[in-house]
Design a protein around this ligand. Sequence first.
Ligand code: TXA
Ligand code: MG
Length: 321
Amino acid sequence: MTDPPDVARAVLALRRGGLVAFPTETVYGLGADATADAALVRLYEVKRRPADHPVILHLAADAALDDWAASVPPVARDLAARFWPGPLTIVLPASDRVSRVATGGLDTVGLRIPDHPLALDLLAAFDGAIAAPSANRFGRVSPTTAGAVVRDLGTDVDVVLDGGTCVVGVESTIVDCTGARLAVLRVGGVTVEELTDVLDAPPALGGTTPAPGTLAAHYAPNARVELVTLDTLVAEAAALADGGRRVGVVGLAPELAAAELPASLVPLARPVDAIAYAHDLYAALREADELGLDVVLAIAPPPVGIGAAVADRLGRAARGH
Ligand code: TXA
Ligand code: MG
């Protein structure tokens, strides 16, 4: 558990231009003051993130959208009212206060209020916006525990706040509200079905705005991720084992239970449903690396609800090599 003094220490670090890792309901973020250019330059260096890839600004629960967005269409206010605090990032025209280092040079900004008590305590105490990408090196698997942050970033972070394991486990959904039609740039913690419920028309999927979480290859462990089906799993596992490869498997428990799995296959995660799959996915990919596995065979969940985000991340991880 994290004591209040840790939040105070984190706020001090942010004010001095430092980097603070903190939990959110989705994944851990690596935070810097969203108005401090030098701190943001260091954030990009530590992440090894290309300078033109924008980061998300995290706001306090009582933040005024208009402080950070230059204009706010009614649909954005509706989405914020319905889904914040929560795993939805809303892209809007950026106000002058937002550092253009944080937006990757764009005049738009992604905003969200995260749904985690420690993040909300930190944001309330900081009284500003915290720019935070996921707390991993660029292109790698996002951390869902404080331990994973420390293993990935080590002493490059000034303060790590430990808020336990992230409840959702995959990143926020990103919606672009700057165009004529609302567009989902990244599927994530808020499902497309939930979004559609509060909109007059279904959102467009994918957008013209560049969003690096949408790079084809991303979220990849060292092990090669291979997508399989229940029909191809056993033969593929056997072929890889014959070739001397060490192989792990992730898939929904009811599906895996239906297969005669070779004993050499390492079970990394057998979640009972798509929500559990999202929760367990990144820990499973990290475990594959900790065990030194060569290949992860993955059966994606049906791409409905949060299963769409899980299938998306697995697809990108599979293209990451
Ligand atoms: O759940 C999350 O969103 C986590 C936690 C820490 O909040 N953050 C996260 O950040 O996943 P990151 O940097 O790994 O991914 C941020 C995504 C990128 O795909 C980026 O392109 C997109 O947000 N993004 C940020 N600002 C944008 C903008 N102005 N226009 C389009 N995409 C934007
Ligand atoms: Mg990321």
